[in-house]
Design a protein around this ligand. Structure first.
Ligand code: ZN
Length: 205
């Protein structure tokens, strides 16, 4: 698949990273998450605190003009309406897959499925063996990511492939919060800290 070149929009983003981050990690893509998508994710994550809920991340993939590296912009989400839910179980049924492709073709013909998100109520932010299986089977591309949200502690993180294709299920990553109009952050996850974005400062001078 060929992707369009664009400039990674660091100049209107706030970068968030986990409190504990492995500095040697080399994620395959930079993640930009719009504030609109963030709000929708949080609303869906809080809609059922007894069961895991989830859905798909929808948006675009670009190549950064500055360094030729891919980055993704998550514009919106699609809640997975037809998943089977249990206290620690979430899957994508055949019906939900069929429904997904129909919805994408009808509502978002120019957008791609960039990955998925799901909640781990009272369990923490991690990728289980089942999560890894789902991710590798349904979201095999280097630019597809998995977001896990723990609604009780207000935390979340992205699992993503590294440049060598490996997926570490113990380590999650932060993201770049993409502002709409005003430069005011709305991210409230307690396990992430804001990064002074050197690239932002330089662009503004
Ligand atoms: Zn899970």
């Amino acid at each position: 698949m060929k992707f369009r070149h664009n400039r990674a929009p660091f100049y209107r983003a706030q970068t968030w990273r986990p409190l504990e981050e492995d500095g040697r990690a080399r994620p395959a893509v930079q993640i930009f998450l719009t504030q609109r998508a963030f709000i929708r994710i949080c609303a869906h994550a809080g809609s059922n605190l007894q069961n895991e809920v989830g859905g798909w991340l929808v948006g675009k993939v670009y190549l950064n003009k500055d360094d030729e590296k891919p980055f993704i912009v998550i514009n919106t989400i699609l809640p997975a309406e037809f998943t089977l839910q249990g206290s620690a179980f979430l899957t994508f049924t055949h019906e939900s897959q069929v429904n997904l492709h129909a919805t994408m073709a009808e509502k978002y013909p120019d957008l791609l499925i960039l990955g998925w998100f799901h909640t781990h109520p009272r369990m923490g932010v991690f990728f289980s063996e089942w999560d890894r299986w789902l991710h590798e089977n349904f979201f095999p591309e280097l630019w597809q990511v998995g977001l896990v949200i723990e609604p009780f502690s207000a935390s979340g993180g992205f699992f993503q492939k590294q440049v060598d294709g490996s997926l570490d299920t113990r380590q999650y990553f932060g993201f770049n919060e993409l502002f709409h109009h005003r430069r005011r952050s709305i991210v409230h996850w307690r396990n992430l800290i804001p990064v002074e974005n050197i690239k932002n400062e330089m662009r503004q001078k």
